[in-house]
Design a protein around this ligand. Structure first.
Ligand code: GDP
Length: 455
C-alpha cells in the first residue's frame, strides 16, 4: 500500500538528515522532491500545490522546537499536513437517535460495495449491533446472491427481492419485482424497523462508468430511505479517474463519507488520497483485501505515518516534544558543562526519559530497531527502578551535593530504599565518573557553561 510513494517521500526527507541548519534552498529542494513524489503517485494537482505551499511556509517559518532537529521538524510538518489532507480526525459512523440507522452504499460497479456491505455488517455486529443487509443491486447478474453469500459469512440477515431467498428467515413477504430497487430499499428499511435491527446497510447498483440513470436511481433510493450515512465506495486502484468519479457522485447523490477499497493493491493510489481534499468528505473506512476481516476504520494519523514510512519515529517526536522543556534543557546543559550536575538533575533526566515509556519501547520506535532486539532485551528496567529508588532515598542536601554522602549516610539510604550498600556505592561512584566525563565532553564540544571551567 503506497509503497512507492513512501519510498519517494522517504528519499526526499532523507537528504535533510544530519543537517544542523536548513536553508531556504534546502527546503525548496526537498519540496520539489515531495511534489514529484506526490504527482507520480497520482495525487491531484491542486492538492499537491496546496500541500507544498503549506510545507514551505511552515518549514521556513520560525517553528523552531528545541526538542527536534531541523530534519525532524520538517518531517513533523509533512506529517501534520498529510494528516490534514487525509481528514485530520478519525470520523466514526454517526448512528441515528431513532434506530434503525440507515447506511447506503454507492459507487461504480466493481468498486467493492457488496464486499463492503459484508465487512461493515461484520464490523457492526462485533460492536454489538444487529445489522441487516438490503440487496438493491438488481442490475448486476448475481449481485443479490453475492450479497446473500456475504451476509451468510458475516452472520447477518439479508433482505432480498426474490421471495424465499433471504438468509436466516428474513422473508420477503411482498413479492417485489426485480426491477424496483427503490421499493426494495424502502421495504428493507421497514422490515428492519419491524424486526428491530438497529442498522440497515443498503447495497445499490453501480455501473462501469458514470451515467445519469445510475445517479438517478441512487438518488431515488436515497430519497426513499433517507440514509443517515451515504458511503461512497472508491476503488483506490483506479488512478486519476478517482477524483472525477468522486465529484460526480458528490453532485449526483451526495455522500457523507468515503470508503477506500483495494488498498492492498500495488497501485499508486494517490488519487484516492486526494478525495477528502477534493470533495470535503472524510475517508471513513479502508478495505485491504477480499476477506471480510480485511477492513478497518480509517485513521488519518496512522495512514500518514504509514505513508511516511518512518516506523513510529513520529510518535517518538511527539513524545519528545511533550516532555521537553527548553529552559530546563538549557539549565541542565549549563550544569553539565560546569560540572555542577546534581543527583537531583540526574533523577529529573531519568524521569523525563521514563515518562516517554519503557526504554525498550522507546528504542523500539526507532526505524530499524527490529534488528536491535537482543540489545533491547537487555535494557534492565529494574535497574532503572533501583537507581530511582536510591536517589529518592536521599535527602535534598545529599542530592544537591553528593560529596557529603559518607558511609553512614550510604547505609541509611540503602536501608531506606531497600537495596544493598554496595548498590548505593556503585551509583554514587558512577555518578561522579559520569559527571566528570560529561563535563570534559561538553568542554570539547564548546557547550554552554563549559567556558567557565576552562578559564
Ligand atoms: P461491487 O460491484 O461494487 O459490489 O463490487 P464487489 O464487492 O463485487 O467487488 C468487486 C471485486 O473486488 C470482487 O472480486 C471483490 O472480491 C474484490 N474486492 C473488494 N474489495 C476488495 C479489497 O479491498 N481488496 C481486494 N484485493 N479486492 C477487493
Amino acid at each position: 500500500m503506497f509503497d512507492s510513494l513512501s519510498d519517494r517521500l522517504n528519499g526526499a526527507l532523507k537528504g535533510l538528515r544530519g543537517k544542523g541548519r536548513l536553508t531556504d534552498a534546502d527546503i525548496d529542494a526537498t519540496c520539489r522532491e515531495i511534489r514529484l513524489a506526490l504527482l507520480e503517485a497520482d495525487v491531484a494537482l491542486p492538492v499537491v500545490r496546496e500541500f507544498i505551499k503549506q510545507i514551505k511556509v511552515r518549514a521556513k517559518g520560525a517553528e523552531v522546537h528545541g526538542a527536534l532537529n531541523p530534519a525532524q521538524q520538517v518531517i513533523k510538518i509533512v506529517n501534520e499536513e498529510l494528516v490534514g489532507i487525509l481528514g485530520g480526525e478519525t470520523r466514526r459512523l454517526s448512528l441515528a437517535k431513532n434506530p434503525p440507522t440507515v447506511i447506503m452504499l454507492a459507487g461504480l460497479q466493481g468498486s467493492g460495495k457488496t464486499t463492503l456491505a459484508g465487512k461493515l455488517a461484520k464490523y457492526l455486529k462485533a460492536q454489538g449491533h444487529a445489522p441487516m443487509l438490503v440487496a438493491c443491486d438488481l442490475q448486476r447478474p448475481g449481485a443479490v446472491t453475492q450479497l446473500q453469500i456475504v451476509g451468510e459469512k458475516a452472520g447477518v440477515n439479508v433482505f432480498a427481492p426474490h421471495p424465499g431467498t433471504s438468509i436466516g428467515g428474513g422473508a420477503n413477504p411482498l413479492g417485489i419485482t426485480a426491477s424496483d430497487p427503490v421499493n426494495v430499499a424502502r421495504d428493507g428499511v421497514a422490515e428492519a424497523r419491524t424486526k428491530q435491527y438497529d442498522v440497515v446497510i443498503v447495497d445499490t447498483a453501480g455501473r462501469l462508468g458514470i451515467d445519469e440513470e445510475l445517479m438517478e436511481q441512487a438518488a431515488n433510493i436515497r430519497d426513499a430511505v433517507q440514509p443517515d450515512e451515504t458511503l461512497f465506495v472508491l476503488d483506490a486502484m483506479v488512478g486519476q479517474d478517482a477524483v472525477s468519479t468522486a465529484n460526480a457522485f458528490a453532485e449526483g447523490v451526495g455522500f457523507t463519507g468515503v470508503v477506500l477499497t483495494k488498498l492492498d493493491g500495488d497501485a499508486r493510489g494517490g488519487a484516492a488520497l486526494s478525495v477528502r481534499e477534493v470533495t470535503g468528505r472524510p475517508i471513513m473506512f479502508a478495505s485491504t483485501g477480499e476477506k471480510l476481516e480485511d477492513f478497518d476504520v480509517f485513521h488519518p494519523d496512522r495512514m500518514a505515518s504509514r505513508i511516511l514510512g518512518m516506523g513510529d519515529l513520529l510518535s517518538l517526536i511527539e513524545q519528545a516534544e511533550q516532555v521537553f522543556d527548553a529552559q530546563e534543557a538549557e539549565a541542565t546543559a549549563q550544569k553539565i558543562g560546569s560540572g555542577e550536575l546534581t543527583l537531583e538533575d540526574f533523577l529529573d533526566q531519568l524521569m523525563a526519559i521514563r515518562k516517554m515509556g519503557p526504554i525498550a519501547n522507546l528504542m523500539g520506535m526507532l526505524p530499524g530497531a527490529g534488528q536491535m532486539k537482543d540489545a533491547l532485551d537487555q535494557v534492565d528496567e529494574k535497574q532503572l527502578d533501583r537507581i530511582q529508588a536510591i536517589i529518592r532515598g536521599m535527602t535534598p542536601a545529599e542530592r544537591a551535593n553528593p560529596k557529603i554522602i559518607n558511609a553512614s549516610r550510604r547505609l541509611r539510604i540503602a536501608n531506606g530504599s531497600g537495596v544493598k550498600v554496595s548498590d548505593v556505592n556503585q551509583l554514587v561512584d558512577r555518578f561522579f565518573e559520569a559527571r566528570k566525563m560529561m563535563s570534559a565532553m561538553a568542554g570539547r564540544m564548546g557547550l554552554p557553561g563549559s567556558q567557565r571551567r576552562r578559564t
